[in-house]
Every structure is written in C-alpha cells, then in structure tokens.
Design a binder for this molecule. Structure first.
Ligand SMILES: O=C(CO)[C@@H](O)[C@H](O)[C@H](O)[C@H](O)COP(=O)(O)O
Ligand SMILES: O=C[C@H](O)COP(=O)(O)O
Length: 945
C-alpha cells in the first residue's frame, strides 16, 4: 500500500506544506487528495513568496488587479485568498465527508508584520475568515505572546485557528490554554462549539538546526559533557515533539476539557511543522516517520512527501522512547543550554524568516504593479473628415453631462426615458465589470480544462447560437491552437450536412461537447445537445454525460435537464450579461481555455481597455466613448453601414461585431448595419452611407487594404483604424466595441440590450414546426414566380425568366439600401466564393452595401436589424433540399425540416415587416443551383432607381 495511504491506519493526517496556483490548476493537488490521502494544506508567507515571486503563474492576475487600481497589499491579498478558496474547494468533499476526522483544512497566515500586534492580528484574522468564506479555512496566528490573546478571541468568534511558530513546551501549554479559554468564552456567550477546529503547529527541524551545532561544539570538547552532548545530537526536536504530545494528552482530558467536549468541542491537535530535513546527515524522513501517532497532523513539504511515498515506513512511533525524550530535555541545562531561551530566539528568528520573504514578495508585486500601469491600449485613429466637428460637439455634450460616470453607474436615462426600458437596461449591464469577476474564475476554468485533457478527451465541440458561440469562433479562427489545448469545432447551424460533417470529423467517445445557451431554451443548442448525447449514449451508455458540459444562466431549464443527464459540469453564467456582451464570460473563456489560450491574458487586456474607458476613474480620452459617439453621429447623418475591413487573419471578428452592432442598434426603424466580408474596392463603388473600420495587426503589412482605405479617406469617407499587437488584443476589442456600441445606442436613443424583433422569426418558425409535428411536413408554400434549371424563385415582383425576376427585384434598389444574402446552406469555400461573386456584381452595378450570412446563424445576429432596423434591405434567401437528412432523436422531425422551417419562419417575419424579399430554392445541389442563379444575374442589368 502507498505509505501515504497506510499512515491513515495510525490516525495521523498528512497535510501538504505548500501551495502554488499551478498545483491547483494542473490537478496535482486533487490527485494527492484522491490518491495519496492528503488531508490538508498549510501556507505561510515564505511559501507564497516562492509561489508568487518565484513563478509567472500570477503575472496575469497581478496585471489585471493593478489595472483595477488595487494596491500592492490588495493584490497580494486577493491572489492568496483566491488560491486558498480554490484549495478549500478541492478539500471540501473530504471536509464534508463522514470520515472527516477534523481534516480538509487549508491554512492562511495573517501578515508577518502583525507578529507582535494583537489587535491587528484579530482584525486581519476576521477579515481573512470573511473574505475566504469557506468553513474549512484555518487562519494562522503566530504563538507569540501578543498572538495568544488573538488566538483566544478568534476561537471565541468561531474562527478555525492554526497556531503557528511554536518551538517551546511552555509556550505550547499557553497555546492550548488560549484555545480552551476561547472555547469557554463561547460557552459563556451561549454559542456552539461544533465546527470549530484548531491545530498547534510545533516547528521541528529548526530546533535541531539551532541546537545541534551547540551540542556538536560541546561534544568536540570531549569529556563526560562531550559524551552527553554527542548522545543528544539530533534528538532535541523529536524529544520536544514527544513531550508536547504527552502534554497534549494531559491537557485534553479531565473535567475542564470534558465539559467542553460534552458540548461538541474537538481537541486542538498537534501539527508537526518544519518537517523537511535540513541536515544531510539525517534521514530525509526523520521528522515524519518518528512522529506518527494518533490525532496528530504532519504538514510535509512536497519533496519530503514524495520521498515518503516512495520509501516511507509508517508505524506508530510517537510514544516510543518517551523516557529518553524526557531525559534529553531534562539534561540539556547540564550542558548550559536553556531550551526555553533558545526557543524564544527561534520564535524571533521565525518571525524574521516570514517577514523577509514577505517584504521581498511585496516588492516584486509592487514592481509588476508599476509596470502594468504603463500599458496602453491598442491605438485607434479616427479620420472623420467633415463629420469631425459634429462628433466633437457630441463628445463635448456627453462630457458636460458626465456621461462616462453615468455610464459606469448604469444610469439608464442616458439611453431611453421610459421606466420599463430603463429597468431592462440596468438589468443587462453586468458585462461592464464581468471581466473582473472572471479574473477570479481563471484558475478554476484552467483546472477544468486540465481535468478534461487528463481524462483523455481529444476534441471539443462548442454548440450554441449567436452570443453563445461567436467569441469561440473568433478565438478558434484568430489563434493557433495553444500548446496545451485541444482542437475546437463550433456547431451553430441546423444544416444537416454540417452536423454530419462534425459528427464524422470528431472521435465521438473522446469528444467534449459544450452546449452553450444563456436562456437554456434556444431550440438549436438543445437540438444539438440531444443529437450528440444520443450518439455518445450509444457508445458509453449511462456515462454519456461525462462528455457534456453546459454553459447557461442560473436557474435556466437547461440546468435541470443537464443535471438529469449527468453532465460533467455546468458553468453558471450571469443573468445580467446579455448573449452578445458575453465574450468575456464563461461563454467565451471556457472554450478559449479548452483551445489552450491564456484566459488570464485575454481578461488582462480587457481590463486594460476597461481602465482606458474610465472604469477606475476619470480619463482624458475614452476610446470606447469616442468611437461610439462617432458611430452614432455618423449613423444619424446617413453613414449607417459600418464596413469592416480586415486582413484575412482577422476575418472572423466580423461575425462577432455583426451581432453586437446589428442586434444592439437595429431597432425602432433605426440602427447601424454591419457590413463584413466585403472586399475593399475603389471609392466610386460606394455610396455615402458608409463608415469604414479597419482592424489590423501592427506587424502585418496588409498594404492593399491600407492603400484602399487611404483612397476612401481621401474621397471623403470616414475611416477608423485600429491596430492590434496580437490576437490577445481581442480581449481589448471585445470591450472597446461593447462600450462603443452601447454609446452609439445612446446617441441613437435606443436600448442596446434588447432584441425585440428576433422573436418574430422564432414565433413564425415555432408555428411551422407545430404543423410539422401535427402533419408530418411543412405546409406547401406559394407557387414560385419562375422555375429555371430546377431553381425556383419566389418573390413579390414578377418576371418570365430568372434574369427578369432578378432584374425586377433589384430594380427596387435605392441609394442607401443594402443587399443581404441569407444562405440556409452548407458553408463551403466554393459556396462562399459564389456568394461573394453575387455581392460583387450587385455592389459594382448598384453601389449599395452588401452583406451575407448563413442561416440560422444570422437569425441570432443581424436578423434583428433586418426586421427592426430601417426598411432598406433587399433580402435574398437561399434554401436547398436535404437529400441526406438527419433525424433528431425523440422528435418527429429532422434537422433539414427544422432548417427549412427557420428559413420559412424568417421569410414570413420579413414579410410581416414589409421587407423586400426574394427566396431562391436551389434544389438538391446548392453549388450548382447557385451557379445558375449567378449566370441569370450576370445577364441582368442592375440599376438604382
Ligand atoms: O503552516 C505551517 C505550520 O502550521 C507551516 O507552513 C510552517 O510555516 C512550515 O512548516 C515552516 O515554516 C517550514 O519551516 P522550514 O522547513 O522552513 O524550517
Ligand atoms: O445571442 C444569443 C442567441 O440568440 C442564443 O441565445 P441563448 O444563448 O439563450 O441560447
């Protein structure tokens, strides 16, 4: 048996005398708990110095906290409290378990600067206890004379105390007395005694380190004393420990103690500390093997623990050689060694040994804090030409009404004036500071990612719609997979071919499926979840849930079903953060961590932008507000097509920005229409409805785009240029744009956080699906205007051929309109090319903006603007047959029928809003069908009326 496990037979608990964020994250601590019977952790200032000062594990957190204007002291405290909480949570099952013999504790020491300060110790002990907020934390208090009253008081307050820095037996008696008195204080106050625990940490190796040289010196002098001294070398620490144990047994018995015991009190166990051997002449396990005995704890450094695991010989030895131990202690004075005096020196030295590393640690945090404050955000250059004056005037107006302060205070009247709208705005502004909350969640997310890898998973599929998957798409497309990451696929379409492709491309049994849905009621992710759960169940039976993870809001119905299905984990997100504002929450960060990205770095960059946007005090220039005001003012003056130009490497950003912009602003007949994926062209091909935004990398030349933008600027178009250092700057951009779009919405006087018209398509789809469930298929639609080459055209305009229909449809175009291709098709590179070709021809001939999106993805994105924004879109919807459809388990319909119903539902919604539509059904072969459409389009002459 592993000696670490075997030691439990002797009722001794082994704790680890070490903590570091890495062992919390990489599963080491959990492994030791689960497989090596580890029953607690102790930390001290020197341990944290080694952990924080000696590694870069904490650099991200230091940066984020520094940017939040936290002091060095606050940074230290927040980081150690986070680690202690994390470790407490790992020990919680043990602490709560039936076999818990007062174990599962994690110790956190008060500042070593308080070593002689009773009141300071009490205050900090109580503060730490509250901040850690875990029943299985122990607050460590030094056993100095000033510490003793603090121990009594903290125990009386019901706080678990680990009394540290005990070297001498007399002091140990006082420590036990302080504990008992504290318990008695509670009894007097009528307070309960159960659930209070304490240990007395007796430091060992340091005793020998101090006393051995004295003994050796005497031994070298020879004679009788020399012989006596020689016999005591290496014996004083163990003798003290053995004697302390006898005192323990004496104190925790008899009427005084029994009265407390009857009320549920536990003894204050002795904990052997400083048990790493310092003398190469001694056995490495000297302070472990010799001190095994019932109701004791040994806190062991990692290296010693590993040696014990390899060659430890557990046996009950604590009461062996008691006479000899007593003799050693009794005869020390004969050699002129006053142990009590020496232990006082050890106590003073012990305090120093904690103060020095603590000071060093604070110094290193301070340096990193100062460095963090020098960081600057990615530069944004706004070249607004003739619009500059109006934008400046608006910025001035906003400044005069203290807009930034109101913004951070969730002052809803900055947007709308009705009470209901204001209430809704306030309830969706959790995104403002969610990055701060997520900084604290980083270690747990990273630990989860590691656990998944350790469990042997090889692939991750994130399944969801809109805001629940846009950020994962951006991460996956813009970053290389991290060294520690897993490949990630994203499923956000009901298209059966795509679903099948994903199914065939991943190792099902070894794939982790993340079902992401804020509401937990969105039809698509629930369908994806059901489909793949059924597939995995066919392989793993009742264990299928191991492969599933949910990200959803607390209390959603999905929490109940995921729990029932035994999902591996449920990440509860934040009700007050809307989907499109959730990139920096679990929705974006869990997939990012799985992909091997540094979530701490993403958040650090976000917090840098928060700071620049005034989250932590006044700022001269606010990049989010300035951009937002510009976009709002431009939109009001007709420049309402936000045209994103990016190098290929950043193309996915458009998907995210489209949703944020269109869904936030496209309502009440107004809004900003995002145009992504349109190649930049010469100025003559654009109308006066554009504002161009370029986002590129500082080290990527991207000359063609840059020159074209130059020409556009010269031609009088407003141009914004943002330069990123690397892909981690998405952390900044997510936040910059969230602020900017919220601010632009304030200029437009609308609520950026609702999506009132998205429901229209969902409702129409639901009605159609009801028909499918009742009648087995979708209802017959209207007859096509024309069918040519098996491609059917449905529209309100007429024509005898496909070309005539297309021509008539585009004859409706007016300046400031836009084309929107809505492809309920399987995304492929060649299809993308054909759709681009369609857009190019329309842009070249009509000079209107063109957009394109795959259905149903865009329903959760630009779909809001299509119905809620101004009636200036020309919508071309493409659908196809699904000859190779996929049945949904437990339902009467297929993915293909579902997708067709979504297309038909949205078409109905567009009609209900009087939009101009052309539905083209491409038949069985979408690629071929689209070619015939393109040929027909080429034959048409498009002109603006
Ligand atoms: O928490 C405790 C005791 O409760 C321990 O962390 C204790 O501080 C350590 O065992 C000692 O500081 C380690 O001492 P040493 O090995 O440096 O002499
Ligand atoms: O943007 C959000 C999408 O509409 C999906 O919503 P959900 O996260 O509640 O499933």
């Amino acid at each position: 048996m592993n000696p670490l496990v075997a030691i439990r037979e002797f009722n001794q608990s082994i704790w680890l005398d070490f903590i570091r964020r890495k062992i919390l994250i990489n599963g080491e601590l959990k492994r030791r708990i689960d497989h090596e019977a580890l029953r607690g952790v102790t930390s001290n200032p020197a341990i944290f110095e080694k952990a924080i000062g000696g590694s870069d594990d904490y650099d991200g957190a230091i940066k984020s906290l520094a940017l939040q204007n936290k002091t060095t002291d606050e940074i230290y405290t927040e980081m150690v409290i986070a680690d202690i909480q994390h470790a407490c949570d790992l020990f919680r099952p043990l602490y709560d378990s039936h076999d818990n013999s007062s174990d599962g504790y994690v110790s956190l020491e008060v500042s070593p600067t308080l070593v002689n300060d009773t009141e300071g110790t009490i205050e900090e002990g109580m503060r730490f206890w509250k901040a850690v907020d875990r029943p299985n934390v122990m607050i460590k208090v030094p056993a100095t004379l000033e510490g003793l009253p603090a121990i009594r008081r903290l125990i009386a307050e019901g706080i678990n105390v680990n009394v540290t820095l005990i070297f001498g037996l007399e002091r140990y008696r006082l420590v036990a007395e302080a504990y008992i008195s504290g318990l008695e204080d509670r009894v007097k106050a009528g307070l309960p005694l159960d659930n209070i625990d304490s240990v007395a940490s007796f430091f060992l190796s340091r005793i020998d380190v101090l006393i051995d040289p004295m003994l050796e010196k005497i031994a070298a002098e020879g004679g009788e004393k020399g012989e006596l001294a020689q016999s005591m070398v290496g014996e004083v620490a163990l003798s003290s420990a053995k004697q302390a144990y006898q005192i323990y047994k004496e104190i925790f018995q008899g009427p005084r103690w029994e009265a407390l015991q009857a009320k549920g009190a536990d003894t204050q166990r002795l904990l052997w500390a400083s048990t790493g051997n310092k003398n190469p002449k001694y056995d490495d396990l000297k302070y472990i093997e010799n001190l095994i005995g019932p109701n004791t704890v040994n806190t062991v450094p990692t290296e010693t623990l590993d040696i014990f695991r390899e060659k430890g010989q557990p046996a009950n030895r604590l009461e062996d050689g008691l006479d000899k131990a007593a003799d050693v202690l009794r005869r020390l004075p004969e050699l002129g060694i006053n142990l009590e005096e020496q232990t006082q020196a050890l106590e003073e030295d012990g305090a120093k040994k904690f103060k020095e590393p603590f000071a060093k640690l604070m110094d290193s945090i301070e340096k990193k804090r100062v460095e963090a404050l020098k960081l600057t955000t990615a530069p944004a250059e706004l070249a607004l030409g003739k619009y500059q004056a109006d934008v400046d005037a608006k910025v001035k107006e906003f400044k005069s009404k203290n807009f930034t302060v109101g913004f951070w205070n969730k002052q809803a009247d900055l947007w709308v004036q009705d009470a209901e709208g204001q209430e809704s705005i306030r309830s969706f502004m959790g995104w403002l500071r969610v990055a701060e909350t997520m900084v604290a969640a980083v270690p747990a997310i990273e630990q989860f990612a590691q656990e998944v890898k350790d469990a042997g998973f090889k692939h991750v599929v994130v399944m969801g719609m809109g805001g629940s998957t846009m950020a994962p798409i951006v991460f996956k497309e813009s970053f290389e997979q991290g060294a520690n990451g897993l490949p990630v696929s994203v499923l956000d379409t009901t298209d059966p071919t795509t679903v099948r492709q994903i199914e065939e491309s991943v190792p099902l049994a070894d794939t982790l499926f993340i079902v992401a849905s804020k509401s937990g009621t969105t039809a698509e992710p629930l369908a994806f979840g059901d489909y793949f759960y059924d597939k995995v169940k066919q392989i793993k039976g009742d264990k299928a849930g191991e492969n599933f993870v949910a990200i959803t809001d607390p209390g959603s119905k999905f929490v109940t079903s995921a729990t029932a299905q035994g999902y591996r984990h449920i990440f509860l997100n934040f009700a007050e953060v809307g989907g499109r504002f959730s990139a920096l929450t679990y929705f974006g960060l869990v997939p990012a961590a799985m992909y091997g990205l540094s979530t701490g770095e993403i958040l650090g960059r976000a917090i840098l932008m928060m700071r620049a946007c005034g989250a932590y005090g006044n700022v001269e220039q606010n990049p989010g507000v300035e951009l937002g005001v510009a976009l709002g003012v431009l939109a009001k003056q007709g420049r309402d097509k936000l045209t994103l130009i990016v190098p290929e490497s950043l193309s996915s950003f458009g998907l995210w920005l489209e949703q944020l912009t269109a869904e936030s602003t496209g309502k009440q007949g107004t809004g900003i229409m995002p145009i992504a994926g349109e190649p930049v062209r010469e100025p003559a091909l654009y109308g006066n409805d554009r504002v161009f935004v370029y986002v590129g990398y500082q080290n990527e030349a991207d000359e063609a785009n840059k020159q074209a933008l130059q020409a556009l600027e010269q031609a009088g178009h407003p141009v914004v240029r943002i330069t990123l250092e690397d892909a981690y700057d998405f952390g900044q951009e997510f936040f910059r744009w969230e602020v900017a779009i919220a601010v632009a919405s304030a200029v437009l006087e609308i609520n950026p956080f609702d999506q009132p018209n998205v429901q229209a398509a969902k409702t129409a789809t639901d009605a159609l699906m009801k028909v499918v469930e009742e009648q087995g298929s979708l209802p017959e639609g209207d007859a096509p205007v024309v069918t040519e080459n098996d491609v059917a055209y449905y529209t309100a305009v007429s024509g005898a051929t496909a070309t005539e229909v297309l021509q008539a449809f585009f004859d409706q175009a007016q300046p400031g309109n836009f084309l929107c291709l809505q492809a309920y098709l399987t995304e492929t590179p060649s299809l993308n090319k054909s759709l681009d070709q369609f857009r190019t021809q329309v842009q070249e001939q009509l000079h209107i903006a063109t957009a394109s999106g795959y259905g149903p993805r865009f329903l959760h994105s630009t779909g809001q603007y299509h119905k809620g924004g101004p009636n200036n879109g020309l919508f071309v919807q493409f659908t196809k047959n699904h000859p190779q459809d996929l049945q949904l388990p437990g339902r009467s319909y297929t993915f293909g029928t579902f997708q067709n119903a979504q297309a038909a539902g949205d078409l109905k919604a567009l009609h209900d809003y009087d939009r101009r539509t052309l539905h083209i059904h491409l038949g069985d072969d979408a690629e071929q069908g689209l070619q015939t459409v393109l040929a027909a389009l080429q034959a048409a002459t498009l002109r603006v009326n």
